[in-house]
Design a binder for this molecule. Structure first.
Ligand SMILES: Nc1nc2c(c(=O)[nH]1)N[C@H]1C(S)=C(S)[C@@H](COP(=O)(O)O)O[C@H]1N2
Ligand SMILES: [Mo]
Length: 361
């Protein structure tokens, strides 16, 4: 049976199914760009059914000079930019709170498959905000999705929405209609979504319907109740979630199907990524974290994306081994041994430990 690097049987559609969420599963080498039909899906309810011809984006609020609506054709007439960017769920790696730290956390039990990299085509959010007459004292943008209101335990929390500070909104956020050269697939936000580079996935609102630009700080349950750190040690000052941490994966050990054996060189391969940053270094330990060797980074290593790494490894004894991978980013952050605990299991950032069986020769 074909298994992914975390030991799960690979399903014919390459996804692990978690209710309305789909986790990407890789077996063998991982392509630099994630094909649209293999890109993870995180839907609170289900995809909105939007007719592109009648769709309009409403820009409103006391932070713009005039309320304005835009058709897709109008947005596209502003010109287009294409950028390669990772999109990662805030809960990526959540299952390792249980597996490695003995603290199971509720929510989708993602392995490391809640991240993908695509070439997104759209217009800078800044262009739209300025066109709508952005005012000097505007402070934030609440992005609102057109999917059904989210109901939990009989309580409706309204449409999926989250505020974005103006500084980030004007920096590098895209309103995207294209994904890897195709129109956005329905599951990924057709006809237009935000793509917020390097930030928690929930910031990248899909099926975008409204941008409420305000001069005061508005909240939504998606930055107060959820997608915020809760529990011991988290206070109003340190619990806001915005940038994603530095993280890495081991994707293959040796050529697929050949296994590992004492005295035989195997090639370890994986990826590393770091929110808004790029990767400086990837290290691998074959003895559970006592000694580390530096891997080679291969191919593109852009900020807000991921980079491939590889390292030859010749096991010197048979039996179970624990391989540990850790990355350091260009901002000097290195994956710790333990991820900071929090009630909802967000931002698992610790070095992941993989059990690898080495055969006698
Ligand atoms: N409108 C809307 N936007 C949304 C969501 C949603 O459920 N509704 N899920 C968010 C979350 S939690 C993540 S991780 C990303 C996932 O994007 P993807 O499904 O295209 O991978 O979309 C975000 N944007
Ligand atoms: Mo997410």
């Amino acid at each position: 049976m074909l298994r992914d690097p975390l030991g799960r049987p690979v399903t014919p559609d390459h996804f692990v199914h978690h209710g309305t969420d789909l986790e990407t599963q890789w077996e063998g080498e991982v392509p630099h760009l994630t094909p649209n039909d293999r890109f993870f899906v995180r839907n609170h309810t289900g995809p909105a059914d939007v007719d592109a011809a009648s769709w309009r984006l409403l820009v409103t609020g006391d932070g713009v000079g005039r309320e304005t609506t835009y058709s897709l054709a109008q947005l596209q007439s502003f010109g287009s930019t294409t950028r390669e960017l990772a999109l990662e769920c805030t809960g990526n790696g959540r299952r390792f709170f249980a597996d490695q730290q003995g603290e199971p956390r509720p929510g989708t039990q993602w392995g490391l498959g809640a991240i993908g990299v695509a070439r997104w085509t759209g217009v800078p959010l800044a262009t739209i905000l300025r066109h709508a007459g952005l005012l000097d004292d505007a402070a934030q943008v609440m992005a609102v999705g057109l999917d059904e209101p989210y109901v939990e335990g009989g309580v409706s929390h309204g449409r999926v929405r989250r505020p974005l500070p103006l500084a980030k909104a004007l920096d590098d956020v895209l309103v995207a209609w294209g994904m890897n050269g195709e129109p956005l697939p329905r599951d990924h936000g057709f006809p237009a979504r935000l793509v917020v580079p390097g930030w928690v996935g929930i910031a990248s609102i899909k099926w975008l319907g409204e941008l409420r630009v305000t001069t005061t700080a508005e909240t939504s349950p998606w930055n107060t109740k959820w997608y915020r750190m809760h529990g011991d040690g988290w206070t109003d000052d340190n619990s806001t979630l915005d940038r994603m941490p530095v993280m890495s994966s081991l994707d293959t050990v040796g050529a697929p199907g050949t296994g590992t054996a004492v005295g035989r060189e195997a090639l370890l391969r994986g990826r590393a990524w770091a929110g808004e940053a790029a990767i400086r270094r990837v290290e691998v330990s074959a003895d559970g974290g006592r000694h580390w060797r530096e891997a080679s980074l291969v191919g593109p290593n852009q900020p807000s994306s991921w980079v491939a790494w590889r390292l030859p490894w010749t096991p010197d004894r048979a039996g179970p081994h624990e391989l540990v991978v850790r990355a350091t980013d260009t901002r000097g952050r290195r994956q710790p041994e333990r991820a900071p605990d929090n009630e909802d299991g967000y931002l698992f950032s610790a070095a992941v430990r993989y059990r690898v069986e080495v055969a006698c020769r």
